[in-house]
Design a protein around this ligand. Structure first.
Ligand code: ZN
Length: 242
């Protein structure tokens, strides 16, 4: 089975459309989404509709839960809180229903899926080998996928030791080499220094993973943010990937 994995779309429709176009160039068997469909950017309903139509499984991220009133807005500060409050006001019924039922953890084809981590599926950022090891141990899986940090990352076990780091565009991995935790990076608000939209291709039969980045129309998303009256810093950060 071939799978395309996306995460942290954050209502960036231009980025999601670019990623889906790249994925469709060689259509996988399934699309998986690791959560945070909304928040930060200005096209939440369109992104929810596309993900609902296309994804075989979709997790809930912390922003999704806040917008769906399953988490208090008080847990979000600054721009994140402002965007979550704005999103609550524009969300349509179908998107509200979707965000009301998705969960922050799941499993598909034997792969462990978490928005954050196995220890804390909603909030923990897996950014160290120790955190990656804890999630691999707790999940009991050979392969775990997480989102939330907005950085494309790999942590893989080789000869009993876990190691890894950032996974730039084109990084390929032999999943048969050892237990692995992967973060595909963010579609809609990358924070790993590469402003291009991120996605991950998995071939579960060949045991291969490939990290991808795609150019998209950043200016279109920035314009949408300005027109919505969302904080200007949310527009500015997109061109730097921070
Ligand atoms: Zn996010």
């Amino acid at each position: 089975m071939r799978v395309a994995v996306v995460s942290d779309i954050h209502a960036n429709l231009a980025a999601l459309e670019a990623v889906l176009a790249a994925i469709d160039a060689e259509p996988p068997d399934e699309l998986w989404c690791l959560g945070d469909l909304v928040g930060y950017n200005a096209r939440p309903n369109e992104c929810c509709a596309l993900v609902e139509e296309r994804a075989a499984i979709c997790l809930a991220g912390n922003h999704d839960l806040a917008v769906a009133e399953r988490l208090p807005l008080g847990e979000f500060s600054g721009d994140a809180g402002a965007a979550a409050r704005w999103t609550r006001g524009v969300l349509d019924d179908a998107s509200r229903a979707l965000l009301g039922r998705i969960q922050p953890e799941g499993e598909r084809e034997g792969v462990g899926l978490f928005h954050g981590s196995a220890r804390d599926p909603i909030w923990e950022y897996v950014l160290s080998d120790d955190a990656a090891e804890a999630t691999l141990d707790l999940s009991g899986k050979q392969l775990v996928l997480v989102g939330h940090s907005h950085a494309a990352l790999v942590a893989q076990e080789r000869d009993g030791a876990l190691g890894g780091g950032l996974a730039p565009d084109g990084t390929e991995l032999d999943l048969a080499a050892g237990r692995a935790l992967l973060n595909p990076g963010s579609v809609g608000q990358p924070r790993d220094g590469d402003p291009r939209a991120a996605w991950l291709a998995l071939d579960l039969d060949a045991r291969r993973a490939t990290f991808h980045r795609v150019e998209y129309d950043v200016e279109r998303t920035q314009r949408e943010i300005r027109e919505a009256g969302l904080p200007a810093t949310l527009a500015a950060r997109l061109e730097h990937g921070i």
